[in-house]
Design a protein around this ligand. Sequence first.
Ligand code: UDP
Length: 216
Amino acid sequence: MQGKGVLNNRISEYVFTQLATIGIPTHFVRSLSMREQLVRAVEIIPVEVVIRNIAAGSICKRLGLEEGTPLPRAIVEYYYKDDALGDPMVGEEHITAFGWAQDFEMDEIIHMALRINDFLSGLFTGIGIKLVDFKLEFGRFYTEEHVQIILADEISPDGCRLWDMKTNEKLDKDRFRRDLGGEIEAYQEVARRMGVLPSADIRDIAEGENRKKRKG
Ligand code: UDP
């Protein structure tokens, strides 16, 4: 999809920078180009952390909920990162028993995940978007003195469900998953509302970058 990488890069950079202002440690260092970021190398914890505010996607199938039902409170779920197994859902018991993360690391992860959810729910509300659910990944960052759990990966419409506040229009990867079309327009709309949409047309930027790459 022409331009999606550029949009996700911008959106993720903006979100990670905002999270840093409330003291969430992240791997983001700085942007290098339209499609590249300099990040801290982490030892990734092989668990996808999903936070849900409104029922959608797999929780609806699993528990027979109607899509769009507000959840009584934010729910945190874990999925073991293993493509061959299809990223199965796991509990904290599995994570600590198999040593994917330790108890104290899980405490930090849950605490950070809920803070991130509170902050991002507000950030998206401010631009007329409901944060339905999203996925986070964390990693261990080693310095000479200590090890720290920090937020890694990306936060973009590829890993979040974002619905327009008024119309419930989907502004995320479900446009692709459910064959709705208009993916780039939706991602552009999120970037525009955040105030991080590149001024040039996104497809021109993508084409220019591709041309540069072909020239080597
Ligand atoms: N998600 C993700 N990567 C995955 C699985 C899920 O980013 O490998 C995100 C997805 O975009 C959604 C949330 O996690 O925002 C919850 O996804 P769900 O469990 O409902 O699964 P899905 O419907 O995506 O299969």
